[in-house]
Design a protein around this ligand. Structure first.
Ligand code: ACM
Length: 598
């Protein structure tokens, strides 16, 4: 009854702007019309699959809502109908009291229609076990939907720390619920090689393990770390993702970030007689693959084994952060540059990357590289990931090269989302609102952006993310905001609407067992970390139903403390600010403190 009351109270029928509709769908669909009444999902509901192409997603859906049964229903029905003329990921969802109709041309669209339908239901549809009577109401509506961007990705760095396959699948599941479609798996690093390759067993015998881990200080913790995915693990993850319309894109870094491989096979380096160990510290290392026949054979062998595992039409070859010191030092490299008529070591990297890129293209793969691949310009029809801000994107789109935006200030999930003195994440401040308000385009080049910017990706780098709990904390809920950035048109994006939809998102994350950052209910200190004192301080809270109360005398804020009025105030060395959100006089979230040392 409580559930029924809630829905009736907030859903307003009629043709409404989405933000006013009361539907809590994330990402915001392209168009929504709410009408009278409700569809009731219960054991009297049938699932009708009109085309065998949709059989598999229907089976998975049934499995996910098994507490509702959906076996031999007769009163109401959910129909999956194939209809030509929709884009690959587009769907129409029509909910009436007697029927839920999902129309799509392809399985991706139908899958997304089902995700949206689930979001129309109360959040406990995501529960694993439900004790109460099993009926769920969805408001009647018509939704026409398709994504703004073709590429909606998340990078997961399994190189810096190894994460079990179960955690990887948990992330992929969440991505698919919010209609992200590209899982970019960073699998090789200086600090660890993470994929079984039969022809080169030392990659995992040696390259997957490091002696210890050293943080910012460079002092190691003495605890060995390692792990790798077997071929069966990879197959399981790729299949799991396929069933959720997520493509798994493997990344093998070349020519840099390759110390782990070189530690296993020093003959891949410019100086095979030197001793190499899997790196224990973070940073940019100078070990590069040598541009030799041995290395090219090795990489082609590795990719050939990967082709069996990853059917993705897109492969990532890294290309970032490769200081050329060893190419300068190596007589072989200098001679090769002379023979090839290359002017400098940058051109030698270009030669290297082009060689591997051509091999991938011959095998039917589109190549993605970090934005350094734009420096050489020799690859045929690549996709560049612009991570060092927007300048590389400008360079790329002006040359007619497709670009995915991953600028680190808006997209790196290891950046801070709250202000905790003891946190070891990266120092950039990137709260939920900043992630949400980003739009992947170069505004001064609107037409070129439309044509060549194909998408957007968040990156979970894991130098300071050693375990599942921290990974989930850093990624969520910000990655849900990111999902809306990639899917929803600029006109339909609205932070005020998004923050109102967050409680449903957080409830869903709870059902999914995600240990997200609960900063939604806490006050955020918003100030410029890079300027001198005294400076302006803003207080913010994402929960729109909360008021902020704060103190400047070190006392704990209560329901009687001053309300923050939205205007910045000045702080200086020695200032202590304590703040908390309140709703109807009751505290929410925790007391947060910012103390600036004298
Ligand atoms: C990167 O952040 N080096 C891609």
């Amino acid at each position: 009854m409580k559930r029924l009351f809630l829905i009736v109270a907030v859903v307003l029928p009629g043709v409404l702007a989405y933000a006013e509709s009361g539907l809590n769908i994330v990402p915001t669909p392209k168009s929504v019309t709410v009408s009278e009444g409700f569809f009731r999902l219960d054991k009297n509901t049938a699932l009708v699959v009109e085309d065998s192409a949709f059989e598999e997603i229907a089976t998975d859906f049934k499995d996910q809502v098994k507490h509702v049964s959906l076996l031999n229903g007769s009163k109401t029905r959910i129909v999956l109908r194939k209809r030509p003329g929709f884009g690959k990921e587009a769907y129409r969802l029509t909910v009436t009291p007697s029927e839920v109709l999902i129309e799509a041309s392809e399985v991706n669209g139908a899958f997304y229609g089902l995700q949206t339908f689930k979001q129309l239901l109360p959040d406990d549809i995501y529960a694993q076990v439900i004790k109460k009577p099993l009926k769920f109401l969805a408001p009647c509506c018509t939704i026409d939907d398709e994504p703004e961007f073709w590429y909606r990705g998340l990078l997961f760095d399994s190189g810096r720390f190894f994460f079990p396959k179960e955690e990887i699948m948990k992330f992929i599941d969440l991505m698919s619920m919010y209609k992200q479609n590209m899982f970019h798996w960073h699998l090789t690093e200086d600090q660890g090689w993470r994929i079984q390759i039969d022809k080169y067993p030392k990659l995992t015998e040696v390259g997957a393990w490091r002696k210890e881990t050293a943080w910012h200080s460079g002092i190691g913790n003495g605890i060995p770390h390692g792990g790798f995915y077997t071929k069966d693990d990879i197959r399981e993850v790729v299949e799991y993702a396929r069933r959720r319309c997520v493509t798994v894109i493997p990344e093998v870094e070349i020519p840099g970030h390759s110390t782990a491989a070189i530690a296993a096979y020093p003959e891949l380096s410019c100086f095979p007689d030197r001793h190499y160990e899997v790196e224990t510290r973070w940073g940019i290392w100078k070990n590069l693959y040598a541009p030799t026949a041995t290395t090219f054979r090795f990489l082609e062998d590795v990719f050939t084994e990967l082709f069996e595992l990853f059917p993705s039409p897109i492969y990532h070859i890294g290309g970032d952060e490769a200081p050329k010191d060893v190419y300068k030092e190596s007589q072989y490299c200098q001679d090769l540059m002379t023979v090839l008529g290359l002017e400098n070591e940058e051109e030698l990297q270009t030669f290297f990357v082009k060689r591997i890129g051509d091999f991938l293209r011959k095998n039917g793969k589109t190549v993605i590289g970090w934005d350094e691949i734009l420096d050489g310009g020799a690859l045929e029809d690549p996709i560049a990931m612009s991570y060092r801000g927007h300048a590389p994107a400008v360079k790329g789109i002006k040359r007619g090269i497709r670009v995915i935006l991953t600028p680190n200030r808006w997209c790196y999930l290891d950046n801070k989302q709250e202000d905790m003195a003891d946190s070891v994440d990266q120092n950039l401040f990137m709260p939920l609102k900043k992630v949400y308000n980003y739009y992947p385009a170069v505004d001064s080049l609107a037409d070129l952006s439309k044509k060549y910017i194909v998408g957007y990706e968040t990156c979970l780098w894991t130098e300071y993310v050693p375990d599942n709990k921290t990974a989930e904390y850093q990624a969520f809920p910000r990655n849900v905001a990111a999902a809306e950035v990639g899917w929803t048109s600029r006109e339909n994006k609205d932070w005020e609407s998004f923050r109102r939809r967050m409680p449903k998102v957080l409830a869903t994350l709870d059902w999914k067992g995600i240990q997200y950052c609960p900063v939604y209910y806490d006050v955020i200190f918003d100030y410029d970390r890079n300027i001198e004192f005294p400076k302006a301080m803003n207080l913010e809270i994402e929960d729109p139903t909360a008021v902020i109360r704060y103190t400047l005398d070190g006392s704990t804020p209560t329901a009687k403390s001053p309300v923050y009025d939205g205007r910045p105030f000045m702080v200086d060395r020695g200032s202590v600010i304590k703040a908390r959100g309140f709703r109807k006089g009751q505290p929410i979230g925790k007391v947060v403190t910012k103390e600036f040392q004298k």
